[in-house]
Design a protein around this ligand. Structure first.
Ligand code: SF4
Ligand code: SF4
Length: 335
């Protein structure tokens, strides 16, 4: 069946992913549970990167209000929720960011903030390294190369230099200063510049560690390699270059059954800036609400367990999560 996402005018060809899934004996994807709440605080960002699946930027006005955050604090307090993962845009630009993170960390849940690094260098945000450290949050930061040229091509002029300056400040605040991890973790995220699969995560980690340490004197804990999903600005870029079909074929040919048990949608819920719920951040960007929008996290009776009976909504974009070593918000899935 071919559905069309009218908002983005993208055909969602389910059968392409379904045919791959069938190789694992499944006709659909189901959740193992709901352990992680991934909260998208809005599309406002200080950058406007070429590959951004959120299509975030400095002029976006969609940001989460405090009323939604109050409800999310109630859900995050449930015993089944182990981790809260905050993303955006640049979540730090939400005016309620500090108050929300303070309240979340008081709940005692593991808290992750997905930081684009350059926000630390923006005027008015110099407080961030100490704030992150004081609240013991884990940082997952985008840095798509250990040298300036690829970062400039993907994220814009001056982004690499600002990212290195931000990493120095985060290292000084205590991030990534324990090689064994544990106390204040700073993980980096790599994604390819174009329509290829990410290289081997362990080998690339060694390259990043060597180059960033020796050339710039900055440190991190782990590197997560992510594939670009064929949605948003990246999809438009592939279409303009006439490379979309070749990329989809590459993803399909490299379907890896070993990734399926570990897909992030199987234990994570993604929450939009307006409180709508989705199977993952990608489905959120495609406006594919769980159960067609009939279940709301804003409903005081909502319980994550109710979603165990609801199948995960899939489409051809899911091929990006299952290709090669697999891809998730925590990096490769089958290393
Ligand atoms: S990729 Fe990240 S840093 Fe770049 S525009 Fe999107 S949200 Fe902002
Ligand atoms: S895009 Fe990935 S995480 Fe989202 S539903 Fe598909 S397989 Fe799951």
């Amino acid at each position: 069946m071919e559905l069309v996402n009218f908002q983005l005018n993208i055909p969602l060809r389910r059968e392409r992913f379904d045919a791959c899934l069938l190789q694992t004996g499944r006709t659909e994807l189901r959740r193992h549970g709901v352990k992680v709440l991934q909260i998208n605080m809005g599309k406002l960002c200080n950058q406007a990167c070429k590959h951004c699946h959120v299509e975030a930027g400095p002029r976006r006005t969609e940001i989460m209000g405090w009323q939604v955050m109050e409800r999310l604090l109630e859900v995050a307090a449930l015993a089944s929720i182990e981790t809260v993962d905050i993303t955006g845009g640049a979540p730090e630009m939400n005016p309620h960011f500090r108050k929300f993170v303070e309240a979340l960390t008081e709940l005692g849940k593991d808290t992750i903030i997905r930081c684009n690094l350059t926000i630390v260098e923006e005027p008015g945000y110099g407080w961030l390294p100490e704030f992150y450290a004081a609240h013991g949050v884990t940082l997952i930061c985008s840095l798509p190369c250990y040298g300036p040229d690829n970062v400039r091509a993907q994220r814009g002029n001056g982004v690499f230099e600002k990212s290195i300056a931000a990493m120095r400040k985060l290292n000084r605040a205590g991030y990534a200063m324990s090689r064994d991890g544990g106390v204040l973790d700073l993980h980096l995220v790599y994604n390819p510049l174009g329509g290829s699969l990410p290289p081997d995560q362990a080998a690339l980690t060694a390259d990043y560690r060597r180059e960033l340490g020796s050339r710039y004197g900055v440190y991190f804990n782990d590197l997560y390699t992510l594939a670009n999903l064929p949605i948003g600005r990246f999809r438009q870029h592939l279409e303009r270059e006439g490379k979309l079909d070749a990329y989809l074929e590459l993803l399909e040919e490299n379907f890896n059954a070993a990734t399926v048990d570990h897909l992030m949608c199987r234990d994570t819920l993604s929450i939009g800036w307006d409180g709508k719920i989705y199977d993952c951040d990608f489905n959120q960007m495609l406006d594919m609400e769980i159960a067609g929008g009939e279940i709301s996290i804003l409903d005081p009776a909502f319980r994550p367990e109710s979603l165990l009976a609801v199948p995960i909504d899939t489409g051809e974009h899911c091929l990006g999560c299952t290709a090669g070593a697999g891809s998730s918000c925590g990096g490769a899935l089958a290393t």
